[in-house]
Design a protein around this ligand. Structure first.
Ligand code: SIN
Length: 284
């Protein structure tokens, strides 16, 4: 793809690109259309210096589509579609928000298509976010494994995080974020293990270690060896890229074909991000 109004610099072999040469607060139609194409082509976009206020973050999100529904985490006062992803300098828990491989809210019937993360406070070092390419992970499977998985569903649930026995219910002090676990978190929703991206038509693995709890019609124990393999396979280093955040950095990623992991390696330092999502389709 040739881009005429934006600069696109891939950051890893598998996925991810840094975008420059544009101001996200004054995006014309041509630049938006190229940006959207770059989003589909590279799955994860990073912008180094885009100081967006909350209204501008909302406007940018809505250019991509209507807001997604954000359960279990309270929105910001006056901005119900923005959540704070926050860790204060004196928090030392080994659990941070997003600190395991996952695709955002994959337990929803129609999980978000895209997530927007705007960096407000960043540690001097650490607090990077890693991403994994679920197209690449699917493509690299053997024909036999692809055949075994195609047409099968896996069950996704918020139970390990937001359910009545999840980690936020067991220990509400593991984060100061406004997280409200409930019985709704225990519900299981089936999604195809191999999904077809609604815009690109490409096939992607759609499982993750946080929300995918078992294969449909199988027990957790029976499913574990298969899920363990798929989780390890899909996050192999060659399928990943890593964003080193700076203040006013912004990332946009496609949850339909990626996973991500917020690295918790900055104890003693604060990190604050403002996060929105766009609504997605039911995976098929
Ligand atoms: C998330 O999982 O949505 C947050 C990722 C991050 O804080 O880097």
């Amino acid at each position: 793809m040739t881009y005429e109004t934006i600069e696109v610099h891939p950051i890893a072999g598998a996925l991810g690109a840094e975008i420059s040469g544009l101001d996200l607060t004054t995006l014309g139609n041509q630049s938006f259309s190229e940006l959207h194409q770059a989003f589909l082509d590279h799955r994860v976009l990073y912008f180094k210096d885009q100081p967006l206020d909350d209204e501008q973050l909302e406007e940018l999100t809505m250019r991509f589509g209507p807001f997604g529904d954000t359960p279990f985490v309270e929105g910001m006062p006056g901005h119900p579609n923005i959540i704070e992803v926050r860790k204060d300098a004196d928090e030392t828990s080994t659990h941070n928000f997003g600190g395991r491989w996952h695709s955002d809210f994959s337990f929803q019937e129609a999980p978000p298509s895209a997530t927007f993360l705007s960096a407000r406070v960043t540690p001097e070092a650490g607090g990077d976010t890693m991403f994994a390419d679920m197209y690449g992970a699917y493509d690299a499977l053997s024909d036999g494994m692809k055949e075994l998985l195609t047409g099968r569903n896996a069950m996704h649930s918020g139970q390990r995080s937001y359910g009545t026995k999840g980690r936020f219910a067991k220990d509400p002090n593991i984060t100061r974020m406004a997280i409200r676990p409930s019985e709704e978190g225990d519900v299981e929703t089936p999604h195809p293990i191999v999904r077809t991206h609604p815009e690109t038509g490409r096939k992607a693995l759609f499982i993750n270690q946080v929300y995918t709890v078992r294969l449909e019609d199988m027990t957790e124990a029976e499913s574990k060896p298969i899920l363990d393999f798929l989780n390890a396979h899909s996050t192999r280093p060659e399928f990943t890229c890593r964003i080193r955040w700076n203040e006013n950095g912004l990332a946009i990623w496609d949850n339909r074909c990626t996973q991500h992991y917020a690295i918790n390696d900055y104890h003693g330092h604060a990190r604050l991000m403002h996060r929105t999502t766009c609504a997605g389709d039911r995976p098929v």
